[in-house]
Design a protein around this ligand. Sequence first.
Ligand code: UDP
Ligand code: MG
Length: 312
Amino acid sequence: MDISLVIPLFNEEESLRPLVDWITTVLRTHEYEYEIIFINDGSTDNSWNLIKELRQVHPNLIRAINFRRNYGKSAALHQGFQLAKGDVVITMDADLQDSPEEIDPLVRMIREEHYDLVSGWKKKRHDPFTKTIPSKIFNAVARKVSQIPLHDFNCGLKAYKNEVVKDLHVYGDMHRWMPVLAKWQGYSRIGEKVVEHRARKYGVSKFGARRLISGFLDLLSIFFVGKFNKKPMHFFGTLGIISIFLGIITLIYLTIMKLVYEVSGIQDRPLFFFGILTIIIGTQLLLTGFIAELVIDSKAKSHSYNIAEVLD
Ligand code: UDP
Ligand code: MG
């Protein structure tokens, strides 16, 4: 099998038939052996029935998973990845915004230029500016944090080597940060291709303003895990020690004031509370560091290292 197309969908009934037609028309002109894996992410419209009908028309082409409820795009991708048999795995949206014409060039980049992952870049986007402007900011921050020079992390159209998707653990809303997850697993050949993007023809976008908040939180955890995953104590410990040190200095100063210079009423001074507070916060930071170290330790004992090959 050359290609697996992994397509998550949530209430996209109008788009499915045209999508399958479009894919088959485009790929007819190439000699790829391919499969389409639909993951119906708890649609409440007629999507699943349509997929079953389409599968009757193309029994060797279409495979599908039906979630009982909506779990989100990341979960859908994760399940699709488990099934994928193709040497190259391509993810695309079901809403006809991503063009199947891009499949062949993406596959070539993986095969001939040996990329582990190629991300689409919707250079000309057909989305409202309420979406494009936050997206620009996210991408700029993500580039900085991850050190991966991509313009469009969140693009639904991406191509992977099969082994890459089997190694990715996508959960929550992490599908936005696939390249970062891949990099963490040691797949460093990450490329980019400008892809055509179309306006949504049917249905509505499933990601509203909520994406701003969740995207930002994910970015924080990405930043955090990426930077301090191996040594959380270095982060929490440093902050904790600085904080405790500040507190102790402050309290020593106040004690000297009271005992040596016999200043009265130091317990009413803001500095007094500052000193106590920084010691408490510092202690908590240190303890958080310890707990994080314990978590990492038990993780390391299970299987958190991605081994490519063993010659024994
Ligand atoms: N999608 C999904 N589960 C969800 C939300 C979205 O499978 O909970 C699918 C959706 O059907 C589409 C793709 O993910 O195929 C991208 O969603 P959408 O087009 O709404 O995102 P946008 O293009 O607006 O970023
Ligand atoms: Mg879309």
